[in-house]
Design a protein around this ligand. Structure first.
Ligand code: AP5
Ligand code: MG
Length: 214
């Protein structure tokens, strides 16, 4: 199954993509996590991406399209994958369609996690992310077993640099301008499913499974 997770920053794409990946035993590919790993590793790509990310803007399409096309052509993606945070612009969606068609495949579902802006702002301040494996928590809604420590790998949890309230505002307006048009794009392709992302995490996951027919 080839799945795209759509939604505003903080809608729960990462949270749900991890569950979907587990359920279907397919890789979870988050472009945000790939960039953060590159920033941490001090790579050229990381250096190029950092300024955009810290400002809450999108990294240019040319830095992300080839990277994803290459990632989905790898052996572990042959039975599918869940893309989290890609595509985010119409040119990215077109590049993805082209890359998938070149491998004789097609995207099965685009899952839109719908959450209004007011709820997003509240969520972001409470998010904590693992500096090592990228796992995501929330101080109130999904706390780790031990404060500030990742349940999965034991590393330190931090507030992401781009989760400051001013940056969250920029990210939301970038989302409305550049990413929201993808909802119509996938509606036209008849592969869009929408779930109410304001419910608790387990309920959101159940609705996703139901819509994917699992
Ligand atoms: P990215 O890392 O993708 O960030 P984002 O889209 O802003 O999304 P987030 O990761 O902030 O939110 P999420 O939807 O994954 O929510 P989460 O599950 O964590 O991208 C970062 C940056 O990288 C971009 O700004 C851009 O610069 C660059 N970039 C990445 N991809 C790119 C691309 N394709 N093109 C160009 N640039 C790109 O949940 C949020 C919080 O809420 C968590 O604390 C979670 O525990 C909690 N939560 C989740 N679900 C619920 C629930 N149902 N109820 C209560 N709390 C919940
Ligand atoms: Mg995420």
């Amino acid at each position: 199954m080839k799945i795209i997770m759509l939604g505003a920053p903080g809608a729960g794409k990462g949270t749900q993509a991890a569950r979907v990946a587990d359920e279907y035993r397919i890789p979870h590919i988050s472009t945000g996590d790939i960039f953060r790993a590159n920033i941490k590793g001090g790579t050229e790509l990381g250096k190029k991406a950092k300024g955009y990310m810290d400002a809450g803007k999108l990294v240019p399409d040319e830095l992300v399209c080839d990277l994803v096309a290459d990632r989905i052509s790898q052996e572990d993606c042959k039975d599918g994958y869940v893309l989290d945070g890609f595509p985010r612009t119409i040119p990215q969606a077109e590049a993805l369609d082209k890359a998938v068609a070149a491998m004789n495949g097609k995207i099965d579902f685009a899952v839109n996690i719908d959450v209004p802006d007011e709820a997003i702002v509240k969520r972001m301040g409470g998010r904590r992310a693992c500096t090592n494996c990228g796992a995501t928590y929330h101080v109130e809604f999904n706390p780790p077993k031990q404060a500030d420590t990742c349940d999965v790998c034991g590393s330190k949890l931090v507030l992401r640099d781009d989760d400051k309230p001013e940056t969250v505002k920029t990210r939301l307006s970038v989302y409305h301008e550049q990413t929201q048009p993808l909802i119509d794009y996938y509606e036209d392709q008849k592969i869009l499913v929408t779930v109410d992302g304001t419910k608790d995490m387990e309920e959101v996951f159940s609705s996703i499974k139901e819509k994917l027919g699992a």
